[in-house]
Design a protein around this ligand. Structure first.
Ligand code: CS2
Ligand code: MG
Length: 410
C-alpha cells in the first residue's frame, strides 16, 4: 500500500456560484476532496494552491495530516490571512477524506466518534416586509427547521443584508450575496433606522410564532460597539439563540462594552481564521459561539483546535455554513460538529439544486437535524463531467455606503 500523494489538482466550477475544490490522489488511487472557496476572491486561493502548494505536496505521505498542516502553516513564513488559511484548509480536508476512505470509516469516527445523534442546524428566512418574513418562517418550519435566522428589509433603506431584493412570496429562498453582474453592487446603510426597527420585527415574530422556535439574527459587522450594545439589550425580551457579528471583529476588545450591556448571546468569527484570532474573545468570554468555518480557518485540524480552546471557556461552536462553503466544506463541518463535545449550532443555508449535480453528498437532513452520513471519508464525490458545464464567472460581494457616500462595512 502506498499512501504517497501522486497528484494535486485545483478544480474550479460554478454550479450557480463559484467553488474551488482541491483533489488529492494517492499512488494507490485513493481520492480526497477539500474546499478552498473564498467568496469574491476565489482565484487568489487557486493561484496560492497551484503555484505554491501543489509541488510541495507531491510525494508526501497523505496520512501525515498534522505534520502537513504544521508544515504548510510554518513553511510559508507569512502567516494567517484568509487566502493562506483557506488553502491550508482544503489540503487538510482532502487528507482527512483520504484517511477515512483508507480506514473505511466516516471522518467523524476518526475524530473520536459521535458525541450526539445529529447536528442541530438553522435555516435562513428573509423578507422584504414582515408578512413576507412570516411566510418564509412558516415555510422553514414546514421543512422541519427548529432554528431560523431572521433578516428583513428595513423601511427606508434600499437594500438590507440577507434579503433577496425583489423576491416574490413563496419562491425558493435564494439569497446569494455575491453577484455576477459587473462589479460590487452598492447598498445603503442606516444604523438608526435599523436599530429602531429590529425590536419591532422580533416582537411581531414572537407574537406570531410563540416562544417555541429558536430565532437568530446577523448584524453583519455593521454597528459601532455602543450601537451593538443597544441592539443586544433591545432584543433581550425576544430570546434570541444568538445575535451575530454585531461589530467589526478587528477590535475584539470592543465586545467588552457590548457584553456589559446585554445578556443576548453573541456569536462572532466567520471572517477570522486562526485560534490566535479568538484569544481575547474566548478567554474573556466575550462571545458565546465561535462562528469560524472549516473552509476559512485551516480545515478540520485547525477548527477542531479552535473549538477545543473555546470549550475550556464554555464557549460553543457555531460553524459558518453559507452557500459559499461548498458541499465538501459542509460535510467536513458536519463530521466535526458530530464529534466535538461543545457543539452549539450549525448554519445550513441550502445550496441551489445545480450544486448537487457537481457535488454528490451523503449528508442528510431530517427533523431540523443534519447528519454527515456513514460513507467512508467525508462522503462527497465530485463529478468532472457535470462541472465542465459550469465554468467560473467572476462574482463580487456587495459593498455598503452611508447616505453621504462614506464607505461602510457591508
Ligand atoms: C453570512 C455569510 O452566513 C452568514 O452568516 O454572514 O453569508 C456571509 O455574508 C458570506 O459568507 C460572505 O461570503
Ligand atoms: Mg454571518
Amino acid at each position: 500500500m502506498s499512501t504517497r500523494i501522486r497528484s494535486f489538482e485545483v478544480l474550479v466550477s460554478a454550479p450557480s456560484r463559484n467553488f474551488v475544490t482541491v483533489r488529492i490522489t494517492t499512488d494507490d488511487g485513493v481520492v480526497g476532496l477539500g474546499d478552498a472557496t473564498l467568496n469574491g476572491r476565489e482565484l487568489a486561493v487557486v493561484a496560492y494552491l497551484r503555484e505554491h502548494v501543489a509541488a510541495l505536496m507531491i510525494g508526501r505521505d497523505a496520512l501525515r495530516i498534522e505534520d502537513t498542516w504544521q508544515f504548510l502553516y510554518r513553511s510559508a513564513y507569512w502567516r494567517r490571512g484568509p487566502v493562506t488559511m483557506s488553502a491550508i484548509a482544503a489540503v487538510d480536508m482532502a487528507l482527512w477524506d483520504i484517511t477515512g476512505r483508507i480506514a473505511g470509516m466516516p471522518v467523524y469516527q476518526l475524530l473520536g466518534g459521535a458525541s450526539r445523534d445529529g447536528v442541530l442546524c438553522y435555516a435562513h428566512a428573509a423578507g422584504n416586509d414582515l408578512d413576507a418574513l412570516a411566510e418564509a418562517v412558516r415555510q422553514r418550519q414546514q421543512e422541519g427547521f427548529r432554528a431560523i435566522r431572521l433578516q428583513v428589509a428595513v423601511p427606508g433603506m434600499a437594500a438590507g443584508y440577507g434579503v433577496q431584493k425583489g423576491a416574490r412570496r413563496g419562491e425558493r429562498y435564494a439569497y446569494e450575496p455575491a453577484t455576477r453582474a459587473g462589479l460590487s453592487v452598492e447598498q445603503g446603510w442606516d444604523a438608526r433606522a435599523y436599530l429602531s426597527y429590529l425590536p419591532h420585527v422580533f416582537e411581531q415574530m414572537r407574537g406570531e410564532f410563540g416562544a417555541g422556535p429558536m430565532f437568530l439574527h446577523d448584524a453583519h459587522h455593521r454597528l459601532t460597539p455602543i450601537q451593538a450594545a443597544r441592539l443586544g439589550a433591545s432584543l433581550e425580551p425576544y430570546d434570541l439563540f444568538w445575535l451575530e457579528d454585531v461589530t467589526p471583529v478587528d477590535n475584539p476588545e470592543a465586545l467588552r462594552l457590548v457584553r456589559e450591556h446585554t445578556t443576548t448571546p453573541l456569536a462572532i468569527g466567520e471572517v477570522l481564521n486562526t485560534v490566535w484570532d479568538f484569544r481575547t474573545l474566548v478567554q474573556e468570554q466575550l462571545i458565546d459561539y465561535v462562528r469560524a468555518s472549516v473552509t476559512h480557518a485551516g480545515g478540520i485540524t485547525h477548527l477542531k483546535r479552535i473549538f477545543e480552546f473555546a470549550a475550556m471557556y464554555q464557549v460553543k461552536s457555531g460553524s459558518h455554513g453559507p452557500t459559499d462553503i461548498s458541499p465538501v466544506g459542509m460535510a467536513a463541518a458536519l463530521h466535526l460538529d458530530l464529534a466535538i463535545h461543545n457543539f452549539g449550532m450549525q448554519e445550513y443555508m441550502q445550496h441551489d439544486p445545480r450544486v448537487g449535480e457537481v457535488f454528490r453528498t451523503s449528508y442528510t437532513f431530517d427533523d431540523g437535524m443534519l447528519h454527515p452520513g456513514d460513507a467512508p471519508g467525508l462522503g462527497v464525490d465530485y463529478d468532472d463531467e457535470a462541472a465542465a458545464g459550469f465554468p467560473y464567472a467572476p462574482a463580487y460581494l456587495p459593498a455598503a455606503r452611508l447616505a453621504d457616500g462614506t464607505a461602510h462595512e457591508w
